[in-house]
Design a protein around this ligand. Structure first.
Ligand code: GUN
Length: 282
């Protein structure tokens, strides 16, 4: 039996309708939610992501501002731009597009963003909330992935979850969210021995590796929920970390690439921004 496809496109459509109506309600109270995205340099993939974020804002009626800074921007200049946005009452969410050029200190820059405007959830305060399971801003990709996992209706409590990849952006927060859902979580990575032995136990398998087609059908438990976070460019096409055609014959549910988690990441960024704006009125 072929897996059910979890469409990020379909899920995003209904979530974005909800976000748009919350934006309208805020506007009626005199507040237009605003998102600022800082892009340093001209990495072509980052330029596409940033454009998509701006388009997402327009779609739901939010204000968006993109700050393009040259590749040779200094740490001081970047941090000054962040401070300016922290003080700007038209801006409720600030995002510094990653990766930054090598000479810049990513963690130091992220630490400058006001935690309440940190719609990426990357500030140490929000990372700490994630670790302790307390209320804070949840990183967009794991938040979107969890929404897709929950949409299956499967009771997650006590299930085996395996996350491949241990990045601060996806792997670590994803593992924390699944732990909060009472899953038994294993985090696998490039040094993991006998990877397939872990992945074959997974009722929920999240691939955030950055290698096209890395997860093959023999690594997947029949009926599993398979979430593909990978966005890899191969011969001009976008491919996920999962060998989609083969794995969909084994899995119970699967996310496509494109049209899966990537779409949900931007939707959750919009959700985090509208929530940040709503907090201003509380
Ligand atoms: N680069 C790749 N993914 C992300 C993300 O979710 N947020 C930011 N700021 N940069 C990214």
């Amino acid at each position: 039996m072929s897996a059910q496809v979890l469409s990020g496109k379909t899920m995003s459509e209904s979530l974005r309708l909800e976000i748009a109506s919350r934006v309208t309600a805020l506007k009626e109270r005199g507040l237009t939610p605003g998102l600022a995205v800082i892009l340093v340099g001209n990495d072509p993939a980052s330029e596409i992501y940033v454009r998509n974020k701006g388009n997402g804002c327009t779609e739901v009626g939010m204000y968006s501002r993109t700050i393009n800074m040259p590749a040779e921007t200094t740490q001081e200049e970047l941090e000054a731009a962040i401070e300016e946005l922290n003080a700007d009452s038209a801006i409720h969410g600030i995002l510094v597009q990653l990766p930054l050029p090598k000479h810049l200190d990513e963690q130091a820059a992220l630490a400058k963003i006001l935690p309440e405007k940190d719609v990426d959830g990357f500030h140490l305060i929000n990372a700490g909330h994630m670790l302790t399971g307390t209320e804070g801003v949840v990183a967009c990709t794991p938040r979107g992935a969890l929404h897709m996992i929950k949409s299956t209706g499967v009771n997650l409590s006590g299930k085996e979850a395996v996350v491949i990849g241990r990045s601060n952006i996806v792997g670590k927060p994803m593992a924390m969210l699944l732990l909060k859902e009472n899953c038994t979580v294993a985090m696998c990575h490039s040094r993991t021995q006998n990877l397939a032995e872990h992945t074959r136990r997974a009722d929920i398998l999240v691939a955030a590796v950055g290698k096209a087609g890395f997860v093959t059908a023999d690594m997947v438990k029949p009926g599993a929920i398979v979430i593909d976070v990978g966005i890899n460019r191969v011969d001009g096409k976008v491919k996920g970390d999962v060998d989609y055609d083969a794995v969909k014959e084994v899995a119970g549910w699967i996310t496509p690439v494109p049209g899966g988690v990537g779409k949900m990441t931007i939707t959750m960024l919009l959700m985090n921004t509208v929530e940040a704006a709503e907090r201003m009125l509380k």
